[in-house]
Design a protein around this ligand. Structure first.
Ligand SMILES: *[C@@H]1O[C@H](CO)[C@@H](O)[C@H](O)[C@H]1NC(C)=O
Ligand SMILES: *[C@@H]1O[C@H](CO)[C@@H](O)[C@H](O)[C@H]1NC(C)=O
Ligand SMILES: *[C@@H]1O[C@H](CO)[C@@H](O)[C@H](O)[C@H]1NC(C)=O
Length: 181
């Protein structure tokens, strides 16, 4: 009698557990990721190009209409010799009449993950405004490919001053992504 009561209890417990597993499995999958963007703003290996408008060759002269293209390094850490995970490509424009101080840089950017990363061949794309107001700056992750298919969310970017030594500028990125399909 005692044994069958115990067995009954066990069965109930197991059922509740598997129910909970089922519920947990049905919930949205979330990812919290941290990466570092390494951007070189001059010299022979520059990764940020002021491509059109004012400020070509002189970042201090950027103004309304300046257009930039970048092919930055996506790294695991803030140090210059940190592991390379991929690249961050995109373009940005100064879209407000007052220039950088009145509207920052409006960007569209793709994070490409390469062989050195956990997600080789995958990517996600974000849009938003950088360098406007106090950091961190919040951008929208609109979607992804490969491993990141179905994910969207947001990314917070802030200058990583400890390892920024011009012309190298380092930014920390924290991503919060949720899988929707
Ligand atoms: C630029 O890149 C080349 C090739 O990787 C390298 O040999 C050179 O030292 C770099 N120059 C600077 C100034 O970083
Ligand atoms: C860069 O632009 C700033 C602001 O317009 C200007 O004061 C400075 O002289 C320029 N520097 C060069 C090297 O042209
Ligand atoms: C990092 O540098 C930026 C730009 O110079 C500055 O606005 C910011 O306050 C610095 N952040 C920290 C934590 O010192």
């Amino acid at each position: 009698m005692a044994i069958s009561a115990a067995a009954y209890t066990l069965t109930v417990v197991l059922c509740i557990c598997s129910l909970q597993l089922l519920v947990a499995g049905a919930g949205p999958e979330t990812l919290k990721l941290t990466f570092y963007a390494h951007e070189t703003r001059g010299g022979p290996n520059a990764t940020l190009l002021p491509a059109a408008g004012t400020g070509q060759g002189n970042f201090s002269a950027l103004g309304w209409g300046s257009f930039m293209v970048f092919d930055n390094r996506l790294k695991e850490g803030a140090a210059a010799d940190s592991k390379l995970l991929g690249r961050i490509t995109g373009s940005g424009a100064l879209t407000t009449i007052g220039g950088l101080p009145t509207g920052g840089v409006q960007v569209t950017s793709k994070f490409w993950f390469g062989e050195g990363s956990k997600y080789p061949g995958s990517s996600f794309t974000l849009v938003g405004t950088l360098s406007y107001g106090p950091a961190p700056w919040e951008l929208i992750v609109i979607g992804g490919t490969g491993y990141f298919r179905g994910f969207s969310g947001y990314g917070l970017s802030a200058p990583e001053n400890s390892t920024t030594v011009p012309p190298l500028f380092v930014y920390k990125w924290n991503f919060h992504l949720t899988k929707h399909f």
